[in-house]
Design a protein around this ligand. Structure first.
Ligand code: XIL
Length: 312
């Protein structure tokens, strides 16, 4: 197959991968540069990574990934500005008034978005704001600032970089369900209020054989609202050990996801959450599961890789 990025570019789509900066050398670096036209820092731009102690910034890994992307003519998806997880200890364990938290959040967004102004295609501004039933998740932000922290975060991000596309990103919002409908209603109301919102990210951390059959319909309803859609964190985990039958099923599932995105003009593309099993979060978090990415840990392309190439 030709490189995935050439196939995607010919279709006007993004094919991205999450990456770890320290690994961008050798075969990992060669494949990340040759196969993908977009990168997402897997952890490097999260608040705990960039401001580990208050007022002390560490941009090294984020800068490195942005430089690698520029050298390889790749887009960068910034990930992520406002989240309930991976916040620095000083922030998460501090005692703050709502006014202080609001200022901290505004400063964080302004500092980080300004640093990469004009260099990033996209920001996942708000990550994972919803519960499964479509209510708002209780977080440091929603508990103290109310749910309008979302509108404020988007507004601050736009002010700092008017050219980056601003997204809300969540998981289990791939099919039509209570959670994706809550996201739909939020985007609709933000648009009605004139709050800057350019797209929704469907993470797509899927389980083998559980492709959501309403994915295309769901992408289409967001497109019809007037926003872009991206598949932002695709992986398809299986119970280990991997077998040939499971790998075949996984290829079919990957193909179905990419097909659904290709079918809708406003679906800008697909990013995998790690392109190799050696750089996947799955075994650390889902006990007994793994083999979720398109390449083995030895960088051999799997049937899933060829399925993506077929769809693009
Ligand atoms: C994961 C990273 O891949 C891991 O390395 C880290 O330990 C935890 O976070 N949803 C997201 C991503 O939006 O930021 C998460 O990334 C995976 C789930």
């Amino acid at each position: 197959d030709p490189p995935l990025r050439d196939l995607a570019t010919a279709k006007g789509k993004v094919i991205g991968t999450a990456v770890t900066g320290s690994k961008l050398t050798g075969t990992y670096g060669d494949l990340a540069g040759a196969q993908f036209n977009a990168l997402t820092p897997g952890n490097a731009m999260k608040w705990e990574s960039v401001e580990p102690s208050r007022g002390t910034y560490n941009w090294a890994e984020a800068d490195q990934i942005v430089a690698f992307a520029q050298a390889h003519n790749q887009q960068v998806r910034g990930h992520t500005l406002v989240w309930h997880s991976q916040n620095p200890g000083w922030l998460a364990n501090g005692t703050w008034t709502p006014a202080q938290l609001s200022t901290l959040l505004q400063d964080h967004i302004t500092t980080e978005v300004t640093r990469y102004k004009g260099k990033l295609a996209t920001w996942d501004v708000v990550n994972e704001p919803f519960n499964e039933d479509g209510t708002y998740r209780s977080t440091l932000w929603s508990d103290n600032l109310g749910t309008d922290y979302i509108a404020q975060a988007l507004t601050w991000a736009r002010a700092a970089d008017p050219t980056a596309k601003l997204y809300i990103n969540d998981y289990n919002v791939e099919g039509v369900n209570a959670k994706s409908t809550a996201l739909y209603n939020l985007v609709k109301s933000l648009k009605e209020r004139g709050i800057p919102i350019d797209g929704v990210g469907l993470q797509a951390h899927l389980i083998l054989g559980q492709y959501p059959s309403t994915l295309r319909q769901n992408i289409q309803r967001f497109a019809d609202l007037g926003v872009d859609v991206a598949i932002t964190e695709l992986d398809i985990r299986m119970q280990l050990p991997a077998t040939e039958a499971k790998s075949t099923q996984q290829a079919a599932d990957y193909k179905a996801v990419v097909d659904a995105c290709v079918a809708v003009t406003r679906c800008v593309g697909v990013t995998v959450w790690g392109f190799t099993d050696s750089d996947s979060w799955i075994p650390d978090v889902f006990e007994g599961y793994g083999a979720a990415t398109p390449y083995t840990e030895n960088f051999t392309p799997k049937p899933a890789y060829h399925a993506i190439a077929q769809s693009l």
